[in-house]
Every structure is written in C-alpha cells, then in structure tokens.
Write a protein that binds this ligand. Structure first.
Ligand code: AMP
Length: 207
C-alpha cells in the first residue's frame, strides 16, 4: 500500500500515519518531523528551514523535494509507505510522481482529511508534543491525554506546545494550506486517486 495523506495541520495525519504503520507495517514519511529533527540537530538545512517553520510558512519546494528524493534513492528505499505532509503543493506532487516513476512505484490512494478551520484551531491549541527529538509523539490535553500529565507515554520526555502550534501561527499555516491544496487535490483527482474522508470524526472512525 502506498498512500499520501492530505489535510490541514491538526486533521490527524500523524495519528493516522502511526496507525497505518502499526497495522500494515508501512514506512511513515513525515517531512515536518524530518525538518524538526534537522533543526534540533543544528544542521545547515535545519538552520535554513527553522525560521520559516517557526513562522508557519512552507519550506521551498526544491528543499522538500530533495529531502524526499534522498530517502527514495538507494537500496534502503521504502516500498510501502504513508506520506504524512508531503506532497503539499502541486509542484511537489509533480516532482514526487517523477521520483516514483523512476523507482517503478505507484501511489494507491491520496486520502483527503477534511475539517473546518475552527476545529483545527481548537484541536491544535490543546496539542502537546514530546520534546525529545528522537521521539516527537503528540498528545492532546483533552482528546488524547498522556498517562502522566506533561510526560510522553513513549519515552517519558517533557511535552511542550510547539512554536508552530501557537494560534497565530496555526492561522498562517491554515492560510498556506488552503492556498496550495485545491491545485494539489485537482492534480490527484485527475488521476482518480483521491478518497475524501471526514476528519471531524474520531481517530477510530477515520481509520
Ligand atoms: P507538519 O509537521 O507536517 O505540520 O510540518 C511542520 C512544518 O514543516 C510546516 O508548517 C512547514 O513549514 C514544514 N513542512 C513540512 N512538510 C512540508 C512540505 N511538504 N512542504 C513545505 N513545507 C513543509
């Protein structure tokens, strides 16, 4: 199975990706998590993308495309995967198709997780993620509380509100999302790949 998850921040892409990994043994590819890791490690790329992410802006397509292409090159490339947060623009989708074609891989579906903006803001402001760069698992103060308040269930690391999860930043990220998503989904719809899912439902129902 090869899937792309499309949805605004807070639509549950990360949660569904985790479940797909657990159930079907897919490789989850989360570009946001890869960037956060590069920022934490202080790499050159981290230094370039850090300020953009903090402001809720998108990382330029050539950088994201190259990060993903590197994963698919070479013998360890993922065969069955779920993309969490990439492609996010029409031009990323075109680049990703070209990359998959070179690797003789085809997408099975693009899952469109749709949810109103106000619900996104409500959800994200309660989100707390593990600050341990090797972990990064996210919880929600109401919907998915950790067993011990403020501590990650997986590794015990301290849970924090990510800079890019602050309300003003969420609104900017939603703006970016809407600006890019119509063209992205049109592109995949023309290929008959899009499956629409109501992302206001519970994680179980969505799954
Ligand atoms: P996420 O964890 O998927 O919400 O991503 C966090 C941030 O990383 C986004 O707000 C963007 O700034 C950046 N990012 C992640 N994936 C992409 C992408 N495919 N294209 C551009 N920017 C991205």
């Amino acid at each position: 199975m090869r899937l792309v998850l499309v949805g605004p921040p807070g639509s549950g892409k990360g949660t569904q990706a985790e479940r797909l990994v657990a159930r079907f043994g897919l490789t989850a590819i989360g570009t946001g998590a890869m960037f956060r890791d590069a920022i934490d490690r202080g790499t050159d790329m981290g230094k370039t993308v850090g300020p953009l992410i903090k402001q809720g802006l998108l990382v330029p397509d050539p950088i994201v495309n190259e990060v993903v292409a590197e994963l698919f090159r070479g013998p360890g490339r993922p065969e069955r995967f779920v993309m969490d947060g990439y492609p996010r623009t029409y031009s990323q989708a075109v680049a990703f198709d070209a990359l998959l074609r070179l690797e003789y891989l085809r997408l099975d579906a693009v899952v469109d997780l749709s949810i109103p903006d106000e619900e996104v803001v409500r959800r994200i402001s309660g989100r707390r993620c593990c600050s341990n760069p090797a972990c990064g698992v996210c919880f929600h103060v109401v919907a998915r509380p950790p067993k011990v308040p403020g501590r990650c269930n997986a590794c015990g690391g301290p849970l924090v509100l990510r800079d890019d999860d602050k309300e003003e930043t969420i609104r900017r990220r939603l703006g970016e999302f809407h600006k890019n998503t119509d063209a992205l989904l049109d592109y995949y719809r023309r290929q008959g790949l899009v499956r629409d899912v109501d992302a206001t439902r519970s994680p179980d129902q969505i799954f």
